[in-house]
Write a protein that binds this ligand. Structure first.
Ligand SMILES: Nc1ncnc2c1ncn2[C@@H]1O[C@H](COP(=O)(O)OP(=O)(O)OP(=O)(O)O)[C@@H](O)[C@H]1O
Ligand SMILES: [Mg+2]
Length: 356
């Protein structure tokens, strides 16, 4: 049985709603999010809710296999197609027929295979290796990645046309640190689950102080990391010990973000009070020591407004980029501008990552 999608945060509720909407449409879905956020759980939920749930759910991990093996796994092969092909073998496209094909880690698919994949998605036909016929295929393709595919397109490691084919419906799962409301229900769910798995060895649920600490931890490994902690607690029987053992080095790298119940989940705290820095700002754009006549000639509200707004934009963009480790796609989301606009502004304000 597949894992239910646990969560009460706004973002998880929205995802559940989206799953219900698209489950029977068979529109290609691209699921994104950091490692351990539940991309596979969402893919399984889509399948379970769809009218394909009586057929196969076939998963292939595009990062785990070398190029030639990945190709033969996807499309199958004829006897004698290559050395070692002693007999004909069906590929995942065939096994998944009328069901779901889950292309996990799609961001790691080699470029050469991306063009073949695009052809299959466009035509609905594929040829096993070594064959001269084409099979018609009816699969619902759900793909997942923790890569920033827009950045991969920019770096020319992912085809833009394939991206648009796969990304008809996008489900972006926020990291656990942005949906802290989900931590308690996840603990509850896994606590019950493991209680039956470890009948002689179960600890306790966290008290309110410990729960508060767990909710404030940034969980860089997301739900998977939390799940492992719950499992460990069943054996060690001490939340304090578990909490003390959690790696801390990530905490400084993660910007302080409101949870999505307080806010919409993406707004960072920017503490600098630009508004109260008045004379400082004016003196940066005009020379206050010159005569009044000259000064008044130089002061143009439009011009100063533009210079000041450029400076603020540059500061905020640099601040966010630094906080997210120069992940441009994430920065664009936080700033609520398009990826292209961000690239344009980085270029305009000469904001570049530090040279290593
Ligand atoms: N919302 C959720 N409810 C219940 N379990 C969850 C949820 N999200 C994740 N999990 C559990 O956390 C673990 C990681 O989830 P999953 O494998 O789906 O993550 P992922 O995003 O595919 O990670 P990766 O990028 O590393 O492959 C799994 O054991 C899964 O059952
Ligand atoms: Mg996964």
């Amino acid at each position: 049985m597949s894992t239910p999608l646990i969560g009460v945060s706004k973002s998880i509720l929205k995802i559940k709603e989206l799953i219900n909407h698209v489950a029977n449409t068979c529109l290609n879905v691209l699921i994104t999010g950091e490692t351990g956020v539940g991309k596979e759980v969402v893919a399984q939920s889509l399948y379970a809710e769809s009218n394909r749930s009586t057929k196969n759910f076939v998963k292939i991990n595009c990062a785990a296999l070398p190029e030639t093996l990945l190709e033969s796994e996807l499309y199958g092969y004829e006897k004698g197609a290559f050395t070692g092909a002693h007999r004909k073998r069906p590929g995942k496209f065939q096994t998944a027929d009328k069901g779901v094909l889950f292309l996990d880690e799609i961001g790691d698919m080699p470029l050469a295979l991306q063009s073949k994949m695009l052809h299959v998605l466009q035509s609905g036909e594929f040829s096993p290796l070594g064959s001269d016929y084409e099979f018609k295929t009816d699969v619902w393709v759900i793909a997942a990645t923790n890569h920033d595919l827009e950045e991969s397109i920019y770096n020319k490691t992912f085809r833009e046309d394939l991206f648009y084919r796969l990304n008809i419906i996008k489900i972006d799962i926020p990291p656990l640190r942005k949906r802290k409301e989900d931590i308690a229900p996840l603990i509850e769910y896994y606590f019950r689950l493991y209680k039956s798995e470890y009948p002689d060895n179960h600890g306790s649920k966290p008290d309110s102080d410990t729960l508060a600490k767990l909710c404030n931890y940034p969980w860089p490994g997301n739900v998977r990391q939390l799940q492992n902690c719950i499992k460990k607690q069943m054996v060690l029987k001490s939340w304090e010990k578990i909490f003390d053992e959690l790696p801390r080095e990530h905490q400084e790298n993660i910007p302080h973000i409101h949870t999505d119940s307080q806010h919409n989940g993406t707004q960072p705290f920017v503490n600098h009070d630009f508004a109260n820095d008045r004379s400082g700002i004016i003196s940066e754009f005009v020379d206050l020591s010159t005569s009044s006549d000259k000064l008044f000639e130089d002061i143009s509200l439009k011009k100063i407004k533009k210079l000041a707004s450029d400076r603020v934009e540059k500061e905020v963009i640099s601040f966010v980029l630094e906080k997210v480790g120069w992940n441009r796609s994430r920065a664009a989301k936080i700033l609520k501008i398009s990826y292209k606009t961000l690239l344009y502004k980085m270029n305009e304000f000469k904001v570049h990552p530090p040279v290593k």
